[in-house]
Design a protein around this ligand. Structure first.
Ligand code: HAM
Length: 429
């Protein structure tokens, strides 16, 4: 058995190597194009923030804050956390930079970036993972909720994912949710013995979190619990109706899930999740999730302004793309290989390579090799159309041999003219 290396990635964290990079890059570029199309502005926020931003924003009774944050005290005595999610940071930025005085809504996105949750690692669940995130701040119109769902769905479709399903619910607002909570607690109290230890605690602290519990016994109980939809106030009811009407217009595959509550505290009204479903109707990991959060900006010290957003889990999307062997068109490989022989030729090659780069003509090389045979072998393997050969003689004469790989035909060209010559030849090919 081979010995384990002394240093390895931490549990739940991973390197993203060559084979996976193409998926990673593809997700990045699709998000970039879609964000631009829908008029979102890019934002990057720090990976470290004050712990209180999340305990207040994400919610002190959530699993994310209670169990999963990487928090520590700095040398200066500040209590900080690695960000477990992006929404509180974007809201902080919106308030801090006075974006409320810009024309509303302010539409912000951040592309693939790392987040940290100290969770028990399992398939699709990591301690360091990546998200892209879209937030629309300062707008209460229900069309925004639906547009965000559409954007999430479009991203997944564009990445080649199939069998996507959207689940949606309304969890009401500060007016109507207390009535629902009361009714839910009454129901759950009667069956308290069945609840897991965490849910017994949740029953006192935040009973809505019980709806998210993955334990079988708790889920069975939830399935026959009162549904929030029956407790929505008139405003929330009408709002939800509008959302569903917009959704119908768009022909998106959605269904209502009356127990969808999402694991974060800030949501009001609309909540949704997008995932892939197997043929047997089995829910795969949630790929994109989000919702409206009309109270969060005020809660974090800003003016009273509504907002809505969603975030996608990059590793989960990437895993599906890998398993389904989604084809990714990569930029075409270089058609030219630059081979060299001797010290002076190596120096000239270094310079020539830079000239090709400035001319935006891709060229492959293996400058560290000394054997011409090996270099020609590499060119052959890469399937380049031309090999440029720079030997001692050519280096002295400021010239280079252009060899057509399929015919073996060769022509000597002055170094000063080789870019123009190759541009001409590539245009023809
Ligand atoms: P979330 O549901 O906590 O929501 O995370 C969004 C997505 O990130 C999940 O659906 C999942 O794909 C991915 N994800 C979360 N945790 C992990 C993990 N440990 N390993 C791998 N992937 C993970 C939010 O973060 C909200 N900020 C979304 C939002 C934006 N709501 C409004 N605006």
């Amino acid at each position: 058995m081979s010995k384990k290396p002394k240093f390895q990635t931490l549990t739940g964290m991973h390197d993203i190597l060559g084979e996976e990079q193409k998926y990673f890059q593809k997700i990045y570029s699709v998000v970039e194009n879609i964000a631009q199309f829908y008029g979102f502005q890019k934002i990057e926020t720090p990976i470290l923030e004050e712990t209180e931003l999340f305990s207040k924003g994400t919610g002190s009774s959530t699993d994310v804050v209670q169990k999963e944050m990487y928090s520590f005290r700095t040398k200066g005595g500040d209590y900080v956390s690695l960000r477990p999610e992006g929404t509180p940071s974007i809201v902080r930025a919106y308030i801090e930079h006075g974006m409320i005085s810009r024309p509303q809504p302010v539409k912000l996105y951040h592309n693939v970036a790392p987040f940290f949750r100290y969770e028990r690692p399992q398939a699709g669940r990591y301690r360091e993972f990546h998200q892209f995130d879209f937030e629309v701040l300062g707008e209460k119109n229900s069309v925004i909720d639906v547009q965000l769902i559409q954007i999430g769905y479009n991203i997944l479709k564009e990445l080649g994912l199939k069998d996507l399903i959207i689940e949606i619910n309304s969890i009401g607002d500060a007016q109507c949710r207390p009535y629902y909570k009361k009714s839910l607690v009454n129901y759950l109290r009667k069956h308290q013995v069945v609840l897991c230890a965490d849910c017994k605690r949740r029953l006192k602290e935040n009973p809505l979190r019980i709806l998210d519990c993955k334990k079988e016994k708790c889920q069975e109980l939830v399935n026959t619990a009162p549904q929030i939809i029956d407790y929505l106030c008139e405003e929330c009811h009408n709002y939800f109706k509008e959302v569903l009407e917009f959704l119908d217009e768009l022909d998106l595959p959605y269904r209502l899930n009356p127990f969808l509550a999402r694991g974060l505290d800030y949501y009001t009204k609309t909540v949704f999740e997008i995932f892939e479903e197997t043929e047997e109707g089995k829910k795969q990991g949630i790929l994109i999730a989000g919702g409206r959060y009309d109270g969060l900006i005020k809660l974090l010290g800003g003016k009273d302004a509504p907002a809505c957003g969603m975030a996608g889990g990059v590793e989960r999307i990437m895993n599906i793309m890998k398993n389904a062997e989604v084809k990714i068109t990569q930029s075409s490989p270089p058609k030219i290989f630059l081979a060299q022989l001797g010290e002076l030729a190596k120096k000239r090659s270094l310079k020539l390579l830079e000239e090709f780069r400035k001319a935006k003509i891709p060229v492959a090389e293996s400058l560290s090799r000394d054997s011409l045979k090996i270099q020609l072998g590499i060119a052959d393997k890469l399937g380049t159309e031309y090999t440029l050969i720079l030997g001692q003689k050519e280096a002295l004469e400021q010239s280079v041999i252009v060899r057509e790989m399929t015919t073996g035909r060769q022509k000597t060209v002055k170094l000063d003219n080789v870019i123009a010559e190759m541009r001409k030849r590539l245009k023809k090919s």
